[in-house]
Design a binder for this molecule. Structure first.
Ligand SMILES: Nc1ncnc2c1ncn2[C@@H]1O[C@H](COP(=O)(O)OP(=O)(O)OP(=O)(O)O)[C@@H](O)[C@H]1O
Ligand SMILES: [Mg+2]
Length: 182
């Protein structure tokens, strides 16, 4: 069973999976996800494969994630879960297939580009900056969204002023959400 079908099986009878199954059955050949489903989803994978030498971590994976859904990927050790997340977030480049985000297809995009589109991952092993405050550790995670140069930020000119204010506001929201203000 491929990881895609395992994921589908784990979701039983959710609407998303039923729609995906129907569109696949109707397709001439997999792994094409129906245009209607692609339109309705924020993120989908089409025909994703990834191998490490002779080991096929992902083979022809099709998945579609509906807006607002929380989706879990389950499977035994070595099933390809981490590889899947790494491909979605650009940490790994798939051998073939593509990621479709909000209707636009990407087959090779760096994590920074995908992060700016709202696709990002966290890691199990935390990589905190030990020399920075809690505030600055969180703010560092928002740096991808800042377009102004370091000099503009130092002198607080142009767009830097509003960008820095936005980062501060979002960081404070995260601190508040996690009750980490103190
Ligand atoms: N960087 C790598 N180099 C070589 N082989 C890899 C690499 N990453 C993963 N693999 C192999 O790809 C397959 C899928 O591994 P992956 O780590 O994605 O599985 P997983 O489902 O996340 O497993 P676990 O539950 O142990 O975290 C395994 O056979 C693994 O050995
Ligand atoms: Mg893993």
């Amino acid at each position: 069973m491929t990881l895609a079908s395992r994921a589908a099986a784990s979701f039983g009878e959710t609407a998303e999976v039923e729609t995906l199954s129907r569109s696949r059955a109707a397709a001439q050949r997999p792994p094409v996800i129906g245009a209607a489903l692609r339109e309705a989803t924020t993120l989908s994978l089409e025909g994703i494969s990834l191998s490490f030498g002779g080991v096929a971590a992902l083979r022809d994976v099709d998945l579609a994630f509906a807006d607002g859904a929380i989706t879990a990927v389950i499977g035994p050790n070595g099933a390809g879960k981490t590889s899947l997340i790494n491909v979605i977030t650009g940490v790994y480049t798939p051998d073939c297939g593509r990621i479709v985000i909000k209707g636009h297809a990407y087959s090779r995009s760096p994590p920074t580009k995908l992060a700016s589109l709202g696709v990002a991952r966290t890691f199990q092993n935390l990589g905190l900056f030990s020399g920075l405050s809690t505030f600055d550790n969180i703010a560092a995670g928002l740096s991808f969204a800042v377009r102004s140069s370091i000099f503009e930020q130092i002198f607080g000119v142009g767009r830097a002023r509003s960008e820095v204010a936005a980062v501060r506001r979002k960081t404070e929201q995260a601190l508040d959400l996690l009750h980490l203000e103190r």
